[in-house]
Design a protein around this ligand. Structure first.
Ligand code: HEC
Length: 152
């Protein structure tokens, strides 16, 4: 009985969130569970996961530039990809996702168009990355949090 509960729980953890969480949660061994080889999970990076990684990398650059007092005059990634790339879990593209994506895109554009408040817009965009991830994919949140610019 207990064993099957643990098994179901593990199953939920692996399949309800994206890659990073799944990897982390797989490592610790539950007490009392005899070691059983789990079927091999073959993860391929979805288009969306790859795009997210690209955005992550580019935001590090944007952060560095803003901290150096530079202006951002264009965004080096295509925000429309948030609506067109394919997901690891296709059902992730739901109403909640779309609402967050729309809000995120609006704020991202402000980084370029309202340069005198670029820092605030940038941080708000990072907050929206985090909000969407709290619902969709909690794994990368600690990494995303580091993208914020501390404003004294
Ligand atoms: C509208 C919701 C939403 C927003 C906004 C969003 N993400 Fe994501 N993110 C997702 C979803 C959903 C996935 C899982 C994609 C998949 O597995 O196909 C994901 C995956 C990721 C991943 C993990 C990719 C992997 O290796 O599996 C990273 C890193 C990431 N996002 C970073 C960011 C950053 C940085 C931002 C903001 C600049 C951001 N995300 C904004 C929903 C969002």
């Amino acid at each position: 009985m207990l064993k099957s509960i643990v098994a179901i729980f593990t199953f939920l953890i692996v399949f309800s969130s994206c890659e990073e969480t799944a990897k982390e949660k797989n490592t610790p061994k539950e007490k009392g569970v005899t070691e059983k080889k789990e079927p091999l999970q073959v993860y391929t990076h979805s288009e969306m996961a790859a795009f997210m990684e690209e955005m992550y990398k580019e935001h590090k650059t944007i952060k560095r530039k803003l901290e150096a007092g530079e202006k951002i005059d264009s965004l080096p990634y295509n925000l429309l990809h948030l609506h067109t790339k394919t997901f690891t879990t296709p059902s992730d593209y739901d109403t909640t996702y779309r609402q967050f994506a729309t809000a995120f895109i609006e704020v991202e554009k402000l980084i370029v168009s309202d340069t005198s408040n670029a820092l605030e817009h940038y941080n708000q965009a990072i907050n929206l990355c985090i909000s969407c991830h709290q619902i969709k994919c909690t794994g990368p949140i600690p990494r995303i949090k580091k993208l914020k610019i501390p404003i004294p």
